[in-house]
Design a protein around this ligand. Structure first.
Ligand code: ATP
Ligand code: NCN
Length: 206
């Protein structure tokens, strides 16, 4: 586990903002536990959940406004969690380099921590402008059941690894369960179950 940036002695503590990027189609308890654990371990003041606008590596993604509203519902009860529309409102394909540039510009005095599952961080060298990402945020890779973390190729000082309680939940599985008529109670927050039902989401997913 790599150490996160420390406060400089004698200097005031800088605000610490976590950024949990995801497609959240739908948001589930795996996302929420990951964000909560990283917030606790790294003493974050807030975690911004940032739903993607158009994730360029995914197809058949649910309309952004539905994913945004489900994320708002899921995070509303936690005073340390908020939701950012930055990736939705920018338009065009969503790249983390743009997310981090926008959030760094909006929060010039803060240290940013980008939170990612083991599966996503393994792909990071294939992301747009990946060599520039490290200067904009500290990256925290959380454990995820079924995925082995391979961070040996990543810059050690810029990436931390955190073991979090294992929740074998994925959005793909949640969509498939709704499509097959199975419940998603307790996999996603109650309000998200109700939102999915109200808006007839995922009914046609096999
Ligand atoms: N159960 C989980 N435990 C830890 N991290 C997770 C878990 N589920 C998702 N993540 C992480 O949360 C971030 C956003 O994930 P995303 O919204 O793509 O969810 P997903 O469940 O992986 O979706 P899908 O199944 O549609 O690919 C990614 O960094 C991902 O690795
Ligand atoms: O910047 C990129 O090229 C890039 C490519 C794939 C994924 N990401 C980011 O990784 C996060 C998780 O994405 P996803 O598609 O697994 O939901 C989300 O914040 C995406 O914007 C970023």
């Amino acid at each position: 586990m790599t150490a996160a940036p420390e406060a400089i002695p004698g200097q005031p503590r800088r605000p610490r903002i976590g950024i949990m990027g995801g497609t959240f189609d739908p948001i589930h308890h795996g996302h929420l536990v990951a964000a909560s654990e990283v917030a606790q371990f790294f003493d974050l003041d807030t975690v911004l959940f940032v739903p993607t606008g158009s994730p360029w590596q995914k197809t058949d993604v649910t309309e952004a406004e539905h994913r945004y509203l489900m994320t708002v519902i899921a995070t509303a009860s936690n005073p340390r969690f908020t939701v950012s529309r930055v990736d939705i409102d920018r338009g065009g394909p969503t790249y983390t380099i743009d997310t981090l540039r926008d959030l760094a510009a909006a929060n010039p005095d803060a240290d940013l921590f980008f939170i990612s599952g083991a599966d996503a961080i393994a792909q990071i060298l294939g992301w747009k402008d990946s060599e520039e990402l490290w200067s904009l945020a500290h990256f925290v890779a959380v454990s995820r059941p079924g995925h082995t973390l391979a961070i040996s190729a990543l810059p050690r000082q810029d990436v931390s690894y955190l073991e979090v309680p294992a929740l074998a939940i994925s959005s793909t599985d949640c969509r498939g369960r709704v499509g097959r008529g199975f419940p998603v109670w307790y996999l996603v927050p109650d309000g998200v179950v109700q939102y999915i039902t109200k808006h007839h989401l995922y009914r046609s997913v096999e």
